[in-house]
Design a protein. Structure first.
Length: 94
């Protein structure tokens, strides 16, 4: 399992912008922090990841708000991810 997670981490790291930060938290969830101000452009780039790989990723995307702290931001990302799974879509923005 560890090699599997490392290979996903490497794939994601090599697929996003150099300034983006990829990290693994738990329960096979990876987070990508990006400084892109255009959430639609960032989301489009994530969708392209699925087109290049045989494995299908589900994404929950959110923008960090001024009123956010780390916990509220990650919670919103997790909610979006769960919605993408339920709706059987690749990406959900919240």
């Amino acid at each position: 399992m560890e090699n599997y997670l490392k290979s996903i981490y490497k794939y994601l790291t090599n697929s996003v912008e150099k300034s983006d930060i990829v990290f693994y938290f738990k329960n096979e969830k990876f987070y990508i922090l990006s400084d892109k101000t255009n959430i639609d452009e960032f989301s489009a780039n994530l969708i392209k990841l699925n087109a290049r790989k045989q494995v299908s990723f589900k994404f929950g995307v959110s923008k960090f708000l001024e009123s956010d702290n780390v916990f509220s931001f990650l919670s919103r990302c997790n909610q979006a991810l769960e919605e993408s799974k339920v709706l059987k879509i690749d990406l959900q923005i919240k």
